[in-house]
Every structure is written in C-alpha cells, then in structure tokens.
Design a protein around this ligand. Sequence first.
Ligand code: FAD
Length: 317
Amino acid sequence: MKVTEHIEQAKGKTLFSFEIIPPKKGKSIQELYNNIDPLMEFQPPFIDVTTSREEHVYVKKQGLLEQKITRMRPGTLGICAALKHKYQTDTVPHVLCGGFTKEETEYLLVDCQYLGIDNVMALRGDTMSHQKYFEATDGGHLYAKDLVAQIHDLNAGKYLHDVLEVDHRANFCIGVAGYPEKHLEAPSLQTDLKRLKEKVDAGADYIVTQMFFDNQKYFEFVAAAKEAGIHVPIIPGIKPLAIQKHLQLLPQVFKIDLPEALINAVESCKDNAQVREVGIDWAIEQSRELLQAGVPVLHYYSMGKSSNIKKIASELF
Ligand code: FAD
C-alpha cells in the first residue's frame, strides 16, 4: 500500500515509522532483524531502507595501493523484499541518482514492481567522499527532480527508450527529501523551497524531512512550504542524539543547528550512556509536541540501533 494511503486511512492519527541502513557487506541480516523485532509492536505501516553511495577504497597490490570503487552496504532492495515478507509491512527503498544510470534505475524499478513494492524515496544521494560537489554519474540524473520525473513517467507507462505495449502500469508513490534548515548546498531556504516545489510538481507524493532538533524549524518549514504551494504530507524525521560527538558531527555533516538547552544537557553528561538518555528524553519531548500538532507520521532515523527508538515509541504509541 502507498505511504499516502496509509496516512489517509489513519484519519488524522499519527503513524510510527523508521529508517534502517543495510548491514555492511559480510554481515548477516540477523542483526537487522534483532533491531527491528522490538519495534514491530508499534505497527509501522512502512519501513525505509537507505541506499549507500559507492566509495573509493584502497587495496594493496604488489606493494602498491590501488584505488577501487565499492559499495559497502549493498542490498537495499533485497532487504526491502525480506522485511516485507517477514513482517508483512510496506518497505520503501531509497533510490539514488548518484551511482546509477537511468537504465539501471529503470531495471531497479521493474524489480520493485515484481516484488510488490509500492513506494520509493527518490534522492540525489550524497556527494562521494573525495568530491567537493555532487557529480552526476555518466548517464545518470543530476537532481532528484529528474529521478522523480523518470518514476512518474514509468507510472504513465513510459519507459526510457522502448516503445512497449504496456498492459500493467507502475503505480509508485514517490517520496522526496525536504530540509527545514535548508539543504547544505542551497543558497537560501527560499531557493531550496522552490526546488522542493519542482520535485512535487514533477510527481512527488510526500516529503520526509532531514533531522531537526528544534520543532519550530519544522513548523516554520511546513508553513513556508504551504505558502510556496506545496500541499503534500510533510513527514518529520527525528534522530535521537546518541553520542557526545554528535554535537560536532551533525552540524558539520548536515548544516543543522542544535538548541542551546540540548547542547548544555549533552555537555553535562559524564559518558555516552548518559548522552543516549538525554537524546531519548529530547526526542520524546520533540515527538510529543509534533504529535499534538497532528503530524501524519513520526519517522525515526534508527541508524541500525533500535533500543532508543523503542524507549521513545513506548512513551508515545
Ligand atoms: P535534490 O533535491 O536534487 O537537491 C540537491 C541540491 O540541489 C539542493 O541544494 C537543491 O536546492 C539543489 N537543486 C535542486 N534542483 C536544482 C536545479 N535545477 N538547479 C540548481 N540547484 C538545484 N543519501 C544517500 O546517499 N542515501 C540515502 O538513502 C539517503 N536517504 C535520505 C533520506 C532523507 C529523508 C533525507 C532528508 C536525506 C537522505 N539522503 C540520503 C541524503 C541526500 O541524498 C542528500 O541530502 C543529498 O545531498 C540531496 O539529496 P536530494 O534528494 O534532497 O537532492
């Protein structure tokens, strides 16, 4: 079922969902199941599975270092199919521009159809670690908007090159990313909103936000999006802070602000066990206020560990 249909069916009740990352190559899927099992009592109607960009690695060959490109966390679609089968829940694979040609994307979408996957999250993807700016893959898309358009075309029975007799059309529900504190490359929030509107106009059905720690930023973003003519559901993404280092890492990587009260609380912690508790309490307070505001879904970034999400969900759902 589509994410938007789940939201409609809930008739104003806030749903619970979360995002997981595939295990590193060589690890079993069991650890993922161990982390997901405790969250299933909260009945997530859908689970997102991220896709990782390929990375440069260096392998030693005859005493020299040779540069290779590899994907450390492959398996997004396989995991989506496995979770859908095991938990009888919808799964949302993240589909990227970066690292994929348009043809590869088409084949991936065909696989999704055969697997009964009704939702995809269309993203540009992160810049590769050795690049300063995002560079499109040869034969791939430069912006998420173009990927959305490709998926939207497929929904209309239009494949890339072939003129086919289509007797079964795709019917994907398309999610895209939104940034309450603007995307790090965008020159202004207003420009970023214009780009977001382009993604919705190209066919996006719902938006999931980047993490934020100050609800006011989300409320203002939703109001500004409406003003800009964006009327699809905007799902808040919540990340419970978990380690002291997040104070530097999160602003550095995502260009987001952390509230003073949260910084002070983390700085007064003796160790990361205490930081984890602070992160849980903060996320509970954030989630309570968002629940009261009637957000369609509370979507948690689990980063593969679920004990903190379980504590948060136990207080709210
Ligand atoms: P876009 O919407 O293409 O925007 C990228 C930038 O380009 C923005 O600054 C935008 O303002 C600008 N822009 C857009 N159109 C134009 C134009 N026509 N001209 C000029 N500028 C333009 N990354 C992963 O690698 N894997 C994941 O699984 C993943 N999951 C994510 C899930 C969520 C909910 C979120 C919020 C992010 C996720 N990301 C993931 C990170 C995401 O890929 C990065 O934030 C990426 O840098 C931007 O992706 P986008 O889809 O928002 O890009």
